[in-house]
Unconditional design. Structure first.
Length: 335
């Protein structure tokens, strides 16, 4: 397949949608200085080709989660990765190099459901050799907050100042769950499109979206094919640090350009984080920066991600393009 290359406007558009995933083309056009019709056509091409997409999901802090390392039976790694894709508990599947074969982000409605999945499903699954689970005690930085940095400071500040539509917050209903499901498939779907899909009034859909976004029960994230992002190297890091300093250090870590997510976990490490880097050589540079700027932090282990097959419910092909969806527990409002 021909290598995907984004031009400057593509990257600016994706960056803008990372900041304001549902902003109108007219509003984005004013910020980027580009005709709204051009932006709409650009996004249609990019999204149709699976190069970038907007996903709706619920706040992981409202559910129980774990980072799970899995070792596969010899010669069965890809079989195992494929077998995990339909499981709604598995939000993300990373195939890694290093001392583990897979790193999974596992989410369930309750701790009991989480442990049941690990013990009664994952541990007994064909092709599994070993499983190491690390319950997530806190989400300190989310990948949805990571940015491409293709915009200048003024453009970023203008986008951040956009005032979202607000509505009275309420406990999510079955109707809200139906709307959330549509936003999972397309976070930029209009109220009219969603209303047509679920057989509802567009005004009611618009109120549901505004209410859920205002309450924070649903979030939006814009993802992009990593190979064309300018940050093609993905890695997991596992850190050990004094518990009393975890929150402060996590905030400092999240300021580094490469850091995408940081979670506090329970186990032989107490921090797990994902990073995107420009080259493999940047691994040593990043580790040196962490050790220099954050004394007391010990990098216990790391693994380079060779392929991601599922990302927050979105299925990816071998090139990192979106190829479909598998609903997870992050894609449903809780009535």
């Amino acid at each position: 397949m021909q290598e995907t290359v984004f031009d400057e406007l593509d990257l600016m558009l994706i960056n803008a949608l990372q900041i304001q995933p549902r902003a109108s083309w007219a509003a984005l056009g004013r910020v980027l200085g580009v005709d709204p019709v051009t932006l709409g056509r650009r996004w249609e091409r990019i999204s149709n080709e699976g190069l970038a997409w907007v996903t709706g999901y619920t706040d992981a802090k409202l559910q129980a989660g774990a980072i799970v390392e899995v070792e596969a039976m010899p010669g069965k790694l890809m079989n195992l990765a494929e077998a995990l894709l339909p499981d709604p508990e598995v939000a993300t599947v990373d195939i890694t190099a290093g001392s583990r074969d897979l790193v999974l982000s596992v989410i369930a409605p309750t701790s009991e459901a989480l442990y049941r999945y690990v013990l009664e499903r994952l541990e007994r699954l064909d092709f599994v050799a070993k499983v190491y689970s690390y319950p997530i005690s806190d989400v300190l930085a989310e990948a949805s907050q990571w940015r491409l940095r293709a915009l200048d400071t003024k453009q970023v500040e203008t986008l951040r100042a956009f005032k979202p539509e607000t509505a009275r917050t309420r406990r999510p209903t079955e109707f809200d769950a139906a709307v959330a499901k549509e936003l999972f498939h397309n976070g930029r779907a209009t109220a009219k499109e969603i209303a047509t899909s679920i057989g509802a009034n567009p005004r009611k859909v618009r109120e549901s979206i505004a209410s859920q976004l205002s309450a924070g029960t649903i979030r939006l994230r814009t993802d992009v094919i990593r190979s064309a992002s300018g940050w093609p190297v993905n890695a997991w890091y596992f850190l050990s640090l004094p518990a009393a300093q975890a929150e402060r250090i996590a905030r400092q870590l999240s300021r580094l350009d490469e850091i995408r997510s940081v979670v506090s976990i329970v186990g032989r490490y107490n921090i797990a984080m994902t990073v995107w880097m420009r080259t493999l050589k940047d691994i040593s540079r990043l580790e040196a920066a962490i050790e220099e700027q954050l004394p007391g932090v010990r990098i216990t282990d790391r693994s380079v991600v060779m392929r991601t097959t599922k990302l927050v419910g979105t299925l990816l092909d071998e090139n990192g393009r979106r190829r479909g969806y598998r609903a997870t527990h992050l894609q449903a409002a809780k009535p």
